[in-house]
Structures are given as C-alpha cells and as structure tokens.
Design a binder for this molecule. Structure first.
Ligand SMILES: Cc1cc2nc3c(=O)[nH]c(=O)nc-3n(C[C@H](O)[C@H](O)[C@H](O)COP(=O)(O)OP(=O)(O)OC[C@H]3O[C@@H](n4cnc5c(N)ncnc54)[C@H](O)[C@@H]3O)c2cc1C
Length: 497
C-alpha cells in the first residue's frame, strides 16, 4: 500500500516548518508530512557553521509572522535562528511529521488519479508516497557543494582551502594568516569574526567592492516596544517598521541611485579611519541594490579594519602559490588558510524531476504564477523568497495563499487546480538580480512573465494584495473535479486546452 497524504512538503528549513505551521493551523484534520533530505531540520541555519554565521536581515522580518522574535538582538547568530526554527516545530508538534533522510528525487502527477506520486531516496533505497498537493520548500541552492571557481595553481598551495559551506569543525585558525576570497554577505561576516577570535591577520580579497551598510545589532525601538506592549504587539509594529524602512531604502536605491550612492558612501566613511581608501575598496561599480546589500552589525567589519586586525585588498587572482595567492598586480598575499567565500551553487525546486501525465517538465520552460505556482502544473506550489527583503516575508505569504487555495477547493468540491499558461505573456528571468551566482544559474529556474499574475515581483506590499487578499479564482487558474478529470483520456493537458 502506498501511503497517501493530503499535502507533502519538501524541506524542513525555515520555509518548510512555516508552511507546516500554516497548514495545520488552517486544517488540523488534514494529513501531511515533511520530507527532508538531511538528518536535521533548519536547512541553511543548520548547514552553515562558519565562525560568526548570522542573518543579514533583521529577525523581525526574517522571523515568522505568527511567532514573535523576542531576543534583544535583531541581527541574530545562526544558532539562535536554528533554535527559533526548532522551537517553532517542537511547540506545534511539526517535528513529529518530518521524515528525515528522505531526498525527493522525482514527482509525477496523474490527472486521472488527481494525485502526485513522489519518489524519495533514503538509506540507499527508494520509496514512493502519494499526495494530493505538493508543496516544495527546498530552498534555492545545492547542499552538497558550494560554488568554487577554478583557481590556477590551487594544487600548489601548502595551506588549507576551506569553503564556508563545509567549515571543518577542527579548523584551528588561531595565530594563522587567513585570506577570505569574496565580498558578499559571507565574507563580510567571516572577516570580523576571524579577526576577533584569534586569527593573526585576516585579508578580505575582493575582485570588486559591494555596498556594505552598518546596522545596529539591537533594535532599540523594538526592545523598548517589547517592554511596553509585550512581545506580540511589539513584534507586529517592529515588523511593519522594518518592512517600510527596507522598502524605502530599496525603492530609493532603484529610483535615485546617485543620491543613495552618496548616502552609502557617507555612511562608510563615517565608520572607517580618516584617510581610508574608500574609492578603491568600497565604491561598487554597480548601482545600489542591483545586487544584495550587505549589512554589518554595529559596523563590525569597519571596526576590525580600523583596528588593523583585518585588511581589504581589491585585486584579481593571478594564481595560487605554495605560500598564498599571487595577484594580477604582482603582489603576493601569504596565507595559512584560504577561505573561498565565493558563493552558492543555485538549484531550482530542490532538484526534483517533475512530470505531468507522463510528460517530463522542463522547469526553465515553465512560468511562475503569482510567484508560487507553475503554469500547467497541477496542485503544486513552491517557495522562493525575496532577494531584496527577508525570505520569510514571502514564505509566510505563500503558505497563506496555499491555505486559501486548498480552502477554496474544499468548499467547492474541486480536486485540483492549475494555472493555465498564457502564450501572449513574454518570459523574463525569475530572479531579476545581477549578482554573479544568480546570473550563472538563472536559466535553470522557472521564468517570470511580463505581466500579472505571471510577473514575479520582489515586492512584499504588492504580494500582500495578491496572495493574502487577491481573488483565488482569478480567471487564470482553472479548477477541476476529479470525476470530470477522470473521464477516460482527460488529462491535465486537455484540461488546459
Ligand atoms: C549563509 C546564508 C545566510 C543567509 N541569510 C539570510 C538573511 O539574513 N535573510 C534572508 O532573508 N535570507 C538569508 N539567506 C537565505 C536563506 O536561505 C533563507 O533566509 C532561508 O533560510 C531559506 O529557507 P528555506 O527553508 O526556504 O530553504 P533552506 O534553508 O535552504 O532549507 C531547505 C531545506 O530543504 C531540504 N531539501 C532541499 N531539496 C530537497 C529535496 N529534494 N528533498 C528533500 N529535502 C530537500 C534541504 O535539505 C533543507 O533542509 C541566507 C542564506 C545563506 C546561505
């Protein structure tokens, strides 16, 4: 007997646990399970173990809408975020619904049965479960490997090369010279953490500068509100405050880039020692928010640069040598340890192979509907958070939308639904972001469309309108009763027609 569930959720990270919470809150009677490839929950916040690992968004928006973040630090360390996810799961009994060590490799939809067959690998075996609705929360990158460019001469290097995604527990960097390659969120987190915890000298080696903004580690307004109003009301107010502030910064960055360039530059100069070469190391060639902005809590990166515990070098790598890295300028950086904070290897939909009525789905040929379903794919939703705001803002909205969709179908006796593709809509990249790691992989993701409801917008306020309050039956999504669909020969493709 194949086990059947009303809903199968893929992934027990921040999104999967949130999805389960919404689902069981809305429908306590519905059966569901979470299939998780790893042996632990928490996803990103369990995987990454490098020194200083932390959020670079505030926890009032990276936290769930339904569970106040009550710690005083708004920019939180990885272990605290992991505890928050685990506590959420334990308090709601979600942890009992997780099947660890189950990697979903394929899912095939049958219109006749109005069901997904989901194939998962575990312990060297493959098993199949079925479900009415498949909800993927598998994140957006590969867990088994990060991105490491080919560096000439790397085999000559006598020291240790480490990727932050696989930080060795036994790595002793006390008294060692460390070079961190990169200028993104991971590099700017690692550099002060290593400098503050015993490395002899830390160099952040970047090809080109990023925008880096100092933000208070503790949100004084949030902490005061919590004392006065209690955690729930304070959290709701702070969440909105932070949504508004980050939206204003993002919108101004896009509309008034020159003004915002000047603003970021001024902030940077304020935190660095007089005479620091800001133009070489902190003047990006791209516009503000054309790539993700890096936050540094209480200016910790600038502080270690001022104290001399770390330096920034802006140059290109010629090759690795026995003792370090030779740069194109001819300079050589000596190192005992090189950390390649060179990014993630993106992966769409947890790498699951989808098929509908026997036909394989080419994910890059699909178009996202409302940023959470796919055109032509029945009873399927995915979570992909914001690139310009906290991931969870979107993850929560997607979960609310999935619940509205399921309720709508329950009330009217529908068994499945599918967004009907519109050939007149032009396909655009789903992630409209210029960072190298996105550009390398965006072609493997579903497309965004040129207009609503196919346009994937990185805009929380707009998404609230669409996902929380917009009509479910909007004319684009088609609802089907299985009895009709199960007539011989009637498939999702025919329903679409
Ligand atoms: C170092 C780092 C820092 C970050 N900081 C921030 C931040 O400050 N703010 C922000 O908004 N975002 C941040 N992000 C983005 C971050 O990934 C999201 O905030 C959030 O944690 C994503 O949660 P998720 O559950 O969607 O995905 P993940 O955390 O990636 O979890 C996905 C889970 O799904 C499982 N899975 C994947 N595929 C399958 C499969 N086929 N079968 C079974 N299980 C599967 C994985 O094992 C994993 O447990 C950061 C990312 C990184 C890497």
């Amino acid at each position: 007997m194949t086990e059947n569930f009303d809903v199968l959720i893929v992934g027990a990270g921040l999104s999967g646990i949130g999805a389960a919470w919404h689902l069981q809150d809305a429908f306590p009677w519905r059966s569901y399970a979470i299939l998780e490839a790893r042996e632990a929950m928490g996803g990103t916040w369990d995987l990454f173990r490098y020194p200083g690992i932390r959020s670079d968004s505030d926890m009032h928006t990276l936290g769930y809408r339904f569970r106040p973040w009550t710690a005083s630090k708004a920019i939180a360390d990885g272990p605290s975020i992991l505890r928050y996810v685990r506590d959420t799961a334990a308090d709601a009994g979600i942890d009992r619904r997780i099947r660890f060590g189950h990697r979903v490799i394929a899912a095939s939809w049958s219109s006749r049965e109005a069901r997904w067959s989901v194939r998962a690998e575990h312990g060297g075996e493959t098993s199949t479960l079925t479900c009415d609705f498949l909800y993927t929360c598998g994140g957006y990158y590969r867990y088994d490997q990060g991105h490491t460019p080919q560096f000439a001469g790397i085999e000559d290097f006598r020291g240790r090369v480490v990727h932050p995604q696989h930080w060795p527990e036994d790595l002793d960097y006390t008294g060692k010279r460390v070079v961190v390659i990169g200028s993104g969120a991971t590099a700017v987190t690692l550099v002060p953490a290593l400098a503050d915890s015993g490395a002899a000298g830390v160099t952040m080696l970047q090809r080109s500068p990023s925008y880096i903004l100092s933000a208070p580690k503790e949100d004084a307004v949030a902490n005061r509100l919590r004392r006065r109003l209690g955690p729930r009301r304070a959290y709701a107010i702070t969440r909105w405050k932070n949504v508004v502030v980050s939206t204003v910064i993002y919108q101004l960055s896009q509309r008034r880039p020159q003004m915002m360039r000047r603003f970021f530059r001024k902030q940077t100069i304020k935190h660095l020692p007089a005479g620091y070469d800001v133009d070489t190391h902190f003047k990006p060639t791209y516009g503000p928010w054309d790539q993700r902005l890096c936050l540094v809590p209480d200016g910790d990166l600038f502080r270690v640069l001022g104290e001399g515990g770390a330096q920034v070098v802006t140059d290109r790598i010629d090759r690795f040598t026995e003792h370090g890295i030779r740069l194109e300028s001819g300079r050589e950086l000596t190192a005992d340890i090189v950390v390649t904070a060179t990014g993630l290897e993106l992966l769409a939909l947890g790498g699951i192979e989808l098929s509908v009525d026997g036909r394989a789905v080419a994910v890059p040929d699909t178009m996202a509907y409302k940023g959470t379903m796919l055109g032509g794919i029945p009873n399927f939703a995915f979570t992909f958070g914001y690139t310009n705001a906290s991931w969870t803002l979107k993850a929560d909205l997607v979960a609310e939308y999935v619940c509205r969709l399921l309720r709508f179908m329950d009330q009217r006796g529908f068994d499945y639904c599918l967004p009907v593709p519109d050939p007149s809509v032009t396909a655009l990249p789903m992630i409209d972001f210029q960072a190298g790691y996105i550009l390398r992989a965006v072609d493997r993701f579903p497309k965004s469309g040129s207009r609503s409801p196919w346009r994937v917008r990185m805009n929380y306020l707009r998404d609230i309108r669409v996902l929380r309050y917009g009509r479910v039956d909007d004319g684009t999504i088609r609802f089907v009763r299985a009895s009709r669909a199960s007539r011989p020969g009637r498939t999702a493709a025919e329903v679409r027609a």
